[in-house]
Design a protein around this ligand. Structure first.
Ligand code: NDP
Ligand code: HSE
Length: 452
């Protein structure tokens, strides 16, 4: 073990020999975090120059064997032994959700504890309250694990790219959805068959609709965009669509057209406005991001000075996420030991001033290329009626595929467009979907990124 330094807190003058940590929630990420703190204790101590001690872990079930060697009084069912414990410096919230996690976090902050959390939902939806309270109480909030699992994307944005104006951030930030889309693509299976496997592997949220409905990606995008563009957390303004409507048929058409379908989270700044959107996206197969499969995440950040930078790694799971949690614990522990003030300014989440978030582009005004799959009646004039409505709405066609023959019935008719405005697309599809002599059901729409 490294020789322990005696750290004198500049503010209090007290000598502190160790930083003590308490964990709330001993589930997937709680176990990964505890394992790293226990098994890499000497390594961390050598790197930091002082030990970090895991004092307490609170969970509802403390009987279950999680295969980690813990001291005899470490486990408790009483969360207040963590939040109210005078010996604990850093409280790590790994319960998840917006209920008890929020109450316990606020309690810990008011008790002067520094916070580390992986709870992107809580930060994205109640971040103003949490960061506001932390500022008032003079404590740090570490949230590296909230986006990208083991990828240090929060530090990259807040520190590594601090010299840059950011033009855009986009990527695959939900491991569960990426795992499902990958399996659907590789094995041609239906969506519903794959979800269960992702849950069993510990990637999915307690409520998996957050993953597949896109909300988890939207939570993460709100956090990334706040750091990248200095805007307040704007979760409620993220346009969000999940992957539940993606079918093997669309995956197979995408492949034929040279694309893969990925759930993308996109934040782009242009003309003084930021657009925030999460939706399934067709991407050219030869793009690097199209090759990001399974539970892996990848995030592009384009800085004015750096150009494109790409961050890739495991976006979920006990050990990768535990690694991100422990990196925050280590960073905060160093600040505690040196008496440094809590982090603020650049690289910190922005506080909302008043009124609605400024400078956000409405989804209606976003421009994209589109894939439409119409359930088109197989009869003369249908294609010309569809293309007529698209033309009336200023939507220009790039290519058309029609497969099969079903006289009197419906066949899939696929159209790829050039760049068009979302408002016009919605208007056109509403009109086309109402033409009973043209289509038999709702048109499938998937946005397309890439070169025109
Ligand atoms: P888990 O459900 O695996 O773990 C949460 C644990 O907290 C469970 O053991 C749960 O017990 C326990 N718990 C519930 N209520 C209390 C309470 N009042 N006091 C003490 N413990 C309690 O969740 P994860 O580890 O997967 O997720 C934790 C957080 O990390 C979430 O915010 C999630 O979004 C985030 N995250 C998860 C990742 C992953 O790969 N799983 C990756 C990145 C972030 P019980 O099961 O009995 O309810
Ligand atoms: N449920 C999330 C995912 C966990 O699948 O990516 C990581 O945040």
């Amino acid at each position: 073990m490294a020789k322990e330094k005696e750290n004198k807190n500049k503010k209090t003058g007290q000598i502190k020999k160790t930083v003590n940590v308490g964990i709330l929630g001993f589930g997937t990420v709680g176990s990964g975090t505890a394992r790293i703190l226990v098994e890499n204790k000497d390594l961390l101590s050598a790197r930091l120059g002082f030990p970090v001690t895991l004092k307490k872990i609170a969970d509802l079930d403390i009987k279950k064997d999680r295969g980690i060697a813990l001291g005899k009084d470490v486990l408790t069912t009483d969360a207040r032994q963590v939040t109210d414990n005078p010996d604990i410096d850093i409280v790590v919230e790994l319960i998840g959700g917006l209920g008890v996690a929020r109450q316990l976090m606020m309690r810990a902050i008011k008790n002067g504890k520094h916070i580390v959390t992986a709870n992107k939902a809580l930060l994205a939806e109640h971040g103003q309250e949490i960061f506001g309270a932390a500022k008032k109480c003079g404590v740090n909030v570490g949230f590296e694990a909230s986006v990208g699992g083991g990828i240090p994307i929060i530090k990259a944005l807040g520190e590594g790219l601090i010299a840059n104006r950011i033009n855009y951030v986009y990527g695959i930030v939900n491991g569960t959805s990426n795992y499902i889309l990958t399996k659907m693509t590789n094995e041609g299976v239906e969506f519903s068959k794959v979800l269960k496997e992702a849950q069993e592997l510990g990637y999915a949220e307690a409520d998996p609709t957050l993953d597949v409905g896109g909300a988890d990606s939207a939570h993460k995008l709100a956090i990334l965009a706040s750091l990248a563009f200095g805007i307040p957390l704007s979760y409620e303004s993220v346009y969000t669509e999940g992957i539940t409507g993606i079918t093997p048929l669309d995956i197979s058409f995408a492949s034929e057209l040279g694309f893969k379908i990925k759930l993308l989270a996109i934040a782009k700044a242009a003309d003084g406005q930021v657009e925030l959107r999460v939706h399934p996206t067709m991407l050219p197969k030869d793009y690097l991001i199209s090759k990001v499969d399974g539970v892996m995440n990848a995030i592009y950040v384009n800085g004015q000075e750096t150009g494109d930078t790409l961050y890739y790694g495991r976006g979920a799971g006990d050990m990768p996420t535990g690694s991100a949690v422990v990196s925050d614990i280590a960073g905060i522990a160093q600040r505690i030991m040196s008496g440094a003030p809590p982090k603020s300014g650049l690289g910190a989440i922005k506080m909302k001033k008043s009124g609605p978030p400024m400078g956000l582009r409405r989804m209606d005004e976003v421009e994209s290329m589109y894939y439409f799959r119409f359930s088109a009646l197989d009869r003369p004039m249908v294609l010309s009626k569809i293309s007529g409505v698209l033309g009336e709405n200023n939507i220009s066609i790039a290519s058309v595929i029609q497969k099969g023959r079903k006289e009197g019935g419906a066949v899939p008719l696929v159209i790829l467009t050039h760049k068009a405005m979302e408002r016009n697309v919605r208007k056109a599809l509403k009109k086309i979907d109402s033409l009973r002599a043209v289509v038999t059901g709702k048109t499938c729409l998937i946005r397309v990124e890439g070169e025109e």
